[in-house]
Design a protein around this ligand. Sequence first.
Ligand code: ADP
Length: 260
Amino acid sequence: MTTPAIELRDLSVVFNGEAGRVQALSNINLTIDPGEFVVLIGPSGQGKSTLLNVIAGLLKPTEGEILAHGEAVSGPSRERAMVFQEDTVFPWMRVGANVDWALKLRGVAPDERKALTARYLEEVGLSHTAGAWPRELSGGMRKRVSLATAFAADPEVLLMDEPFGPLDFVTRSTLHSIVIRLWSEERKTIVFVTHDVDETLLLADRVLVIRHGEIVDDLRLDFARPRTDDLRADPDAIAMRRRLLDQLGVVDPARAALAR
Ligand code: ADP
């Protein structure tokens, strides 16, 4: 039996803040296998980021246990890297130096670093910008640098918190293809937070729906890959989309009118 990449046992998180006591997560039990692409979806304020922060080791649970590859998590680790919505690129380093930095941190020898930096920049379609400053790039290009850096850092688990949230549709589609290609080449475990149903259908092997701090649905998506926009016409995908929208509490006004 393979050791799970992540295991959460009877996990709860309570915040005692200015606004009083908030039960952000309740009694979460979850096993994620190595290489799984897991999407956490749910409306805003339901505990998705809290769950990601706990897995990252950035937040200690109030109760329960968390294991990564069989070891108790007691803090952040290079093996569980976060990609945030905000830019995670160092503005004072050129693009190539950003990727090189991630390789250096994991002790890759200088010769090999040069070849690997070129490879990761090529993977994200930015070979021509190795010498550019991050400020010279568009938001989507900077995000591609973040992805190159995150994969170059070679963590076991990648934690992505709405990484493509504010970007336009075309840029997001490009980034989705890049993530899927890198993931299928390197078989990282990915836990990806979103509230976007279409993004979920394109990316996930498995979807966990979070509401009020609990996992209320745990679904497998076995649509063939590569997934394209044609998935929108697949009857199983349409049914899954509707189920997820229902879970998110999204009411389609036209359908509601028909039901009246
Ligand atoms: P989501 O990622 O689904 O939008 P979060 O995990 O960010 O939700 O938040 C879940 C709940 O926990 C919310 O009610 C939020 O206000 C609360 N919360 C999150 N972080 C903190 C904090 N540091 N202090 C107090 N309350 C918090």
